[in-house]
Design a protein around this ligand. Structure first.
Ligand SMILES: Cc1cc2nc3c(=O)[nH]c(=O)nc-3n(C[C@H](O)[C@H](O)[C@H](O)COP(=O)(O)OP(=O)(O)OC[C@H]3O[C@@H](n4cnc5c(N)ncnc54)[C@H](O)[C@@H]3O)c2cc1C
Length: 509
């Protein structure tokens, strides 16, 4: 272990702890306003809550029942903002809500959908409507009526990586696999100590500190800063299962359960359906969360009560779980705890400020970042104004539609398999052209590791997107873990060991 700290700790305007959506969102926003920014993430970008979501950019129809009008209005408006910023990883999705009168009367759902259609700005997304299901419906015969409305789908882990790239392109230093072990205020600055995965140490100084540690937010304040946390945090576990595609068509289903909770069945990666989520209080280590047998049964039961096709545990191809770091509003019911965010600013005259993020949604990360910057600008009078509403995320530049991009890639590179062009358009958008720079034929993509993954793409992910391990590539940068055999995955591990051995990188990529 190397215990030497860097002799001179560099001074940044802003240090951000946490590389989930909230940390990278704030880092990107601050860097674009002209602040010098440092971000550390103890694991991989999006390794925790931000890759374990239902992957929806949604207003949250259910939150209307809890009268969360502010949150719903802001979230609804963000759908079209994010569609325009990242058309490669965000796409419109129609949701079908089967009507089950004993759970919620039709007038109540109609009123909710009316609000949903009109609370936020909506230009591209179509309005809601009532439906009657015919014999071809995948739902059980007794479900004859329902409703349809719009929200959006997002690749959650890629939303995080793209924001980190946007931050880096504006000068931010992003260090993954680097844990903040302590931070102390002294002479108007934060003195921040970091430990990399290989045990080496690093110190920096910063004029302001953002604690975006997600499920670790309160623990970071208590253990690493040795201060009192201003709010309690409720860790609410949510789990998902992935099964073979449940139904034809591109629509998702929002299923009402007898306990008044809802479960989504969402088309996923052409061949699969993503089913989730649950809500259960969690008290363990957030990094060790895993789906429980009760949650699995709960999800299968809800689906089996609605669909003609019946699922059993043998149909489950993959599952994942995460914990929502929610601000404790003392609700008795885990599914009723507010999904809104709270920012807590700790600042005393002459002392460097600390801003902590409690709660939040992927959907509202950009607005949360703007709110964070509004609180911090008194310390940075030179900072420019808000800019993120219209700026594309990396890969969203000069991109019309995904299908136009696939066509352009295939016509410029006649040898490129359409399946790869389609997959890249969904992951990298217009950055797919970077992957093809100087490439003349399929052989130039390097070794084929399986499921259309060539070593050229692996190199790109290590050089440009902070990928280090096979897991980073198989489950977060891409979802090829669902498609590659154990042997193919083992070859990827071996390739990474040979060609991209782990070493601390100053400003990775
Ligand atoms: C089951 C489930 C479904 C969801 N579905 C949706 C949805 O469909 N739509 C939606 O909008 N939202 C959804 N959410 C909410 C959304 O996923 C979260 O609000 C969001 O991901 C939280 O991001 P975060 O950055 O606060 O936390 P995280 O993503 O957990 O990031 C915090 C990061 O901080 C790092 N960290 C902690 N301590 C340190 C330290 N000392 N040093 C360095 N790094 C540190 C951690 O490693 C972690 O990566 C869902 C959440 C769950 C759990």
């Amino acid at each position: 272990m190397n215990h030497n700290h860097s002799p001179i700790a560099e001074v940044y305007d802003l240090a951000v702890v946490g590389g989930g959506i909230n940390g990278v969102g704030i880092a990107a926003d601050a860097a674009g306003r002209g602040l010098s920014v440092f971000l550390c993430e103890k694991d991989d970008l999006a390794q925790h809550t931000s890759s374990a979501s239902s992957k929806l950019i949604h207003g949250g129809l259910r939150y209307l029942e809890h009268r969360e009008f502010r949150l719903v209005r802001e979230a609804l408006a963000e759908r079209e903002v994010l569609l325009a910023k990242a058309p490669h990883i965000v796409k419109p999705l129609r949701f079908i809500l089967p009507h089950r009168p004993h759970l919620r009367p039709a007038w109540m759902i109609r009123a909710g959908l009316f609000l949903y259609d009109h609370l936020g700005k909506r230009k591209r997304l179509p309005a809601s409507r009532s439906l009657r299901f015919g014999a071809g419906s995948p739902l059980q015969a007794e479900i004859t009526r329902g409703f349809e409305y719009s929200d959006c789908w997002v690749d959650d882990a890629r939303l995080v990586v793209l924001n980190a790239m946007a931050a880096r392109e504006r000068g931010a230093h992003i260090h993954t696999r680097t844990r903040c072990v302590s931070a102390r205020r002294s002479k108007g600055l934060w003195h921040i100590h970091l430990e990399r995965a290989d045990g080496s140490l690093l110190s920096i100084r910063a004029r302001a500190l953002v604690n975006a540690a997600g499920p670790w937010v309160a623990r970071f304040i208590k253990q690493d800063l040795k201060q009192q946390a201003p709010y309690g945090i409720r860790l609410i576990q949510g789990s998902h299962i992935i099964v073979p595609r449940l139904h034809d068509g591109e629509q998702a289903y929002i299923l009402q359960n007898e306990d008044r909770r809802i479960v989504f069945a969402i088309p996923y990666l052409e061949r699969f359906s993503l089913i989730g989520t649950t809500d259960r209080e969690y008290h363990g280590d957030p990094a060790a969360v895993a789906i429980t047998p009760e949650e699995t049964r709960y999800l299968l039961d809800v689906v089996n009560r609605h669909f003609k096709r019946q699922l059993s545990e043998q149909d489950i191809l993959h599952s994942y779980a995460g914990v929502r770091p929610l601000c404790d509003d003392e609700s008795a019911d885990p599914s009723a705890v507010t999904r809104d965010y709270t920012l807590s600013l700790s600042a005393h005259p002459g002392a460097a400020p600390l801003l902590s993020v409690f709660g939040g949604k992927l959907t509202t990360y950009r607005k949360l970042a703007e709110a964070a910057m509004a609180q911090l600008t008194p310390w940075f009078p030179f900072a420019k104004g808000p800019w993120t509403a219209t700026a594309p995320l990396p890969g969203g530049e000069q991109m019309d539609t995904r299908s136009a991009l696939v066509e352009a890639l295939c016509s410029s590179f006649g040898w490129l398999p359409t399946a790869i062009a389609r997959r890249w358009a969904n992951l990298y958008g217009s950055r797919s052209w970077h992957l093809l720079r100087g490439v003349r034929e399929l052989a130039d993509l390097g070794e084929h590791l399986g499921a259309g993954l060539y070593t050229r793409e692996v190199d790109y992910l290590c050089q440009e997107e902070w990928a280090v391990s096979a897991e980073d590539i198989l489950w977060r940068r891409t979802k090829l873990g669902l498609f590659m055999s154990a042997g193919q995955q083992a070859r990827l591990v071996q390739y990474l060991k040979q060609e991209h051995p782990r070493r601390p990188r100053a400003n990775a990529a």
